[in-house]
Design a protein around this ligand. Sequence first.
Ligand SMILES: Cc1ncc(C[n+]2csc(CCOP(=O)(O)OP(=O)(O)O)c2C)c(N)n1
Ligand code: SF4
Ligand SMILES: [Mg+2]
Length: 269
Amino acid sequence: MSVATPPRAPASPRVIYQQPELLSETSTRYCPGCGHGIIHRLIAEVLGELGLGPRTIAVAPVGCAVFAYDYLLLDFVEAPHGRAPAVATGIRRVRPDNFVLMYQGDGDLAAIGTAEIVHAAARGERITGIFVNNGIYGMTGGQMAPTTLLGQRTTSSPTGREASLAGYPIRITEMLAQLPGTAYAARGTIIDPSSVGKTKAMIKRACQVQLEGTGFALVEILSNCPVGWGLTAQQSMDHIRAEVIPAYPLGVIIDRGKRAVAPTSGGEG
Ligand SMILES: Cc1ncc(C[n+]2csc(CCOP(=O)(O)OP(=O)(O)O)c2C)c(N)n1
Ligand code: SF4
Ligand SMILES: [Mg+2]
């Protein structure tokens, strides 16, 4: 009688997934291929490596990342649309020993919240901002944002954004870098492993700037919205490489180091 050969055990995986301590087990609500999840992971890794988790108070935006507090194991405050810099300023001033991180989309930061981000940077608030630029209002159905590229089709610019009607895209991170209160401003992306690594280094530096107490720090991250753009995940990454990066160049825009102006908000990092 022949004996059936038992099925072979699957080969050990070559890459072991290591869950960062500050990332929860909650199933994601983001669309498949969305960049918000990658960026959450980078934040969890950086804060974990710097040992900042227990003392961080994060401010969540209105937008697709509204549920950041379900994914990141940090204390969170939810801000009204665009008001994260104002909420973060308040927290920073009454809780000087905490680390304050805010997370904002491009509709949140560069449209409804323009005044708040400009004045927080101008005041040199010692807060660290993560600015996720996916070129549209993802959550509400893909409308045009101030960051939308010329010619880009959105649900509110169905034939493509025209400068004569809707003006020009705003490079708000470059604008903020002009302000002496901005100690650090950089732009990264998440389109491939190399760019993910560079973006992680930018996030880490932006956190260290807050610890050094030299002023406002912001990292813009060029991200994707495959659903809102009507593309597959891979096509959306290719689109960032071919169309978005030429309009929003990558790199450190300013790092004033120790020469930064003294911050206005009180307490030690
Ligand atoms: C005061 C106010 N106005 C408008 C809205 C509707 N709204 C919700 S999310 C959103 C846009 C968010 O876009 P973005 O910040 O780019 O985030 P994304 O979803 O693209 O990540 C808008 C306009 C709101 N919730 N509150
Ligand atoms: S709508 Fe866009 S930004 Fe929002 S979760 Fe889906 S892919 Fe991400
Ligand atoms: Mg957006």
